[in-house]
Design a binder for this molecule. Structure first.
Ligand code: ADP
Length: 270
């Protein structure tokens, strides 16, 4: 949008000179609009699981004489509660990422450490989905940032790659330096994403149709979190995908020099 400048302060310096302080209000309006959308979307998304929780609680009350039914409803109730917990924690993560101007725990971070912790966090999901995580690429590369936020971003990509892949397939995690950039690529051979959806999947709460019908577990927030987390680190996320063939999400971040006490980067066996 074209900047719209308003005068915030005018100070008369001399008879012929006035100092004006201007502010671009389109940017402020945009941020304010984003905040309003976020609150509206969020309330909408919370309504479904909250409604389900109270319906299931009622169902348990009225089925009190039937232990099998009570067990059944209680199981579903705890699944809905878990989903609600995941949703609220993701909403909080996202709004924190959107609100803060600065990362509060910034240091030189080994990409190896980021990838290792993301893999550890998703080993169980991979195991129970019958998907193998295959790690490859270069070692000893460093970026500047918040290790936890970066691991969560890589982890969200892994979680999706596993969730949208068939059992028996593998998900690749590759690291590569390209000039001043490190690329962390997560590749699956899963359902893929239709071209029309490829831009939109990074929007909050957007889920492609295949995903809706395939899996009820998702929140539609994972990729929005990845995008904001990586942008906050001065990087970007790219997507390549073909329906039926699979997807590759690539996180690109500025490289920094390894700290003095670290070995130089090495090219690991593929
Ligand atoms: P969700 O919780 O629904 O997975 P995300 O924001 O992580 O939310 O992803 C948004 C949508 O993008 C998903 O619902 C799905 O349609 C699509 N998507 C994300 N990752 C993949 C993938 N690896 N393969 C196929 N579709 C994907």
């Amino acid at each position: 949008a074209e900047p719209r400048l308003v005068v915030v302060r005018a100070t008369r310096l001399s008879a012929r000179l006035t100092l004006l302080v201007l502010r671009d209000i389109t940017e402020r309006e945009r941020v304010e609009q984003m905040r309003r959308d976020f609150v509206a979307n969020t309330s909408h998304e919370l309504k479904t699981p909250v409604g389900a929780v109270s319906l299931l609680a009622e169902a348990i009350e009225s089925a009190a004489d039937d232990p099998d039914q009570v067990r059944n409803f209680a199981g579903r109730l705890s699944a809905e509660a878990a989903r609600l917990a995941q949703l609220t924690s993701r909403i909080m993560n996202l709004s924190r990422l959107q609100a803060a101007d600065e990362l509060n725990d910034e240091r030189d971070v080994a990409v190896d450490e980021v990838v290792t912790s993301a893999i550890e966090a998703h080993a169980i999901q991979a195991g129970s989905s019958g998907v193998e995580l295959v790690r490859g690429g270069e070692r000893g590369l460093f970026v500047r940032g918040d290790a936890q936020i970066l691991s969560e971003a890589v982890g969200n990509l892994m979680a999706n790659a596993i969730a949208y892949s068939p059992s028996g397939s593998s998900v690749g995690i590759g690291v590569k330096a390209v000039g001043e950039i490190v690329e962390i690529a997560v590749t699956d051979r899963g359902i893929g994403i239709a071209e029309a959806d490829q831009e939109r999947v990074f929007e909050r709460f957007y889920r492609a149709d295949q995903a809706r019908s395939r899996r009820t577990g998702g929140t539609g927030l994972g990729l929005a979190i990845v995008k904001h987390a990586i942008q906050r680190h001065g990087g970007e996320v790219r997507l390549w995908s073909r329906p039926g063939r699979g997807s590759t999400f690539t996180i690109r971040l500025p490289l920094v020099e390894p700290p003095a006490d670290q070995p130089r980067p090495t090219r690991a066996r593929k």
